[in-house]
Design a protein around this ligand. Structure first.
Ligand SMILES: Nc1ncnc2c1ncn2[C@@H]1O[C@H](COP(=O)(O)OP(=O)(O)OP(=O)(O)O)[C@@H](O)[C@H]1O
Ligand SMILES: [Mg+2]
Length: 319
């Protein structure tokens, strides 16, 4: 049976696995989800005819009232305690859709723990005691537990597909299970290939993708097929993909992107960064204009280094 290793991958695999093992039940669920999707799209278009299609369309279901959905998505982290039980210095951080927010801090300072709090939509039930709100409210239990309604996608260093099918078969199946056009598979592959070096061949088995190719494919899949409006990324420094392009792609889709990073370029791409120490959120730094200028310089240097790297990768000589 198809299986994948990462949390997001298993979330994607979940509906597909169900589909294979329990078709009748799943068909009914699919119909219900599609129906909800249509309603959600209708609501969104009514309020935002000129705007982009909502990224959270079919995971927002009918138990969320229309005006709730029409409001822009916000994610709020309500402070808890650090490792010594002292209150977080930061009481509350509200993150808007389309925003990239960084998490920085020394090793062991609690960065992954904060990511995990968001991933689980903590309600004071984790060691940090933090609470997560969506659109200012505690999310319903269903949003925390039902993979179909999950609002969060996660990208991590160690991500490989173990599904026994080709890239294009997997993407088509995933699109269908989400009530979307299977032809989106081609778009995902094209996008993924802008993020990775060696192009992904649609006919290749998923299992032969490299780590970088897998992450590129997953990033493009999150942008195009999975509607998860929140993307959590824990240290992709050595992920083998064009990191800043991946972040731009995801935030450009109107997603909230939370990224743990010490890469100055990624940290300064974020509009703000949460500074962690001893398990606590100590402060939130807004990226200043001066830092934005530094970011532009870093980007130039990075472009130059990327070019050199590519030359060496292609087996050519640096002129
Ligand atoms: N607020 C907290 N309350 C209690 N324990 C915490 C808290 N924050 C972090 N910890 C614990 O501290 C340890 C280190 O945290 P974590 O793994 O999140 O650090 P990190 O910043 O991600 O480190 P690294 O840079 O090495 O990945 C973990 O065992 C975690 O459970
Ligand atoms: Mg960590």
């Amino acid at each position: 049976m198809s299986q994948m290793t990462s949390p997001i991958a298993s979330r994607i695999a979940g509906p597909i696995t169900n589909k294979l093992t329990n078709q009748a039940a799943n068909q009914a669920a699919n119909q219900a989800a599609n129906q909800a999707a249509k309603q959600a799209v209708a609501v969104n278009q009514a309020v935002n005819p000129a705007g982009k299609q909502a990224v959270s369309v079919h995971i927002i279901t009918d138990h969320i009232v229309a005006d709730e959905f029409a409001r822009p998505l916000t994610l709020t982290v309500i402070g808890g305690v650090d490792k010594d039980g002292n209150a977080d210095d930061v009481d509350e951080v509200e993150i808007m859709r389309g925003e990239i927010i960084g998490i920085v801090g020394p090793t062991g300072s609690g960065k992954s723990t904060l990511i995990a709090d968001i991933e689980q939509f903590a309600v004071g039930d984790t060691p940090s005691g933090r609470k997560i709100l969506i659109n200012g409210h505690v999310p319903e239990n269903e949003l925390r537990t039902d993979p179909r309604k999950k609002l969060v996608a996660q990208l991590s260093q160690n991500m490989h597909f173990l599904a026994d099918m080709s890239v294009v078969e997997f993407l088509k199946m995933h699109a269908k299970s989400r009530g979307k056009d299977p032809d989106l598979a081609e778009k995902v592959i094209l996008l993924a290939n802008t993020l990775t070096g060696e192009p992904i061949n649609p006919a290749h088995q998923l299992t032969i993708l490299s780590g970088g190719q897998s992450r590129a494919l997953m990033t493009a899949d999150i942008a195009v097929i999975s509607d998860s409006p929140i993307v959590l990324i824990d240290e992709i420094e050595n992920a083998g993909i064009k990191k800043q392009e991946a972040l731009r792609l995801l935030s450009g889709e109107g997603k909230i992107v939370v990224v743990v990073t010490h890469d100055p370029m990624l940290a300064l791409m974020a509009s703000r960064r949460i500074v962690m120490k001893n398990g606590g959120m100590t402060k939130v730094i807004s990226t200043s204009e001066e830092e934005q200028r530094v970011f532009k310089d870093i980007e130039k240097v990075d472009g130059w280094l990327t070019g050199l790297r590519e030359t060496i990768r292609q087996g050519e000589v640096v002129a």
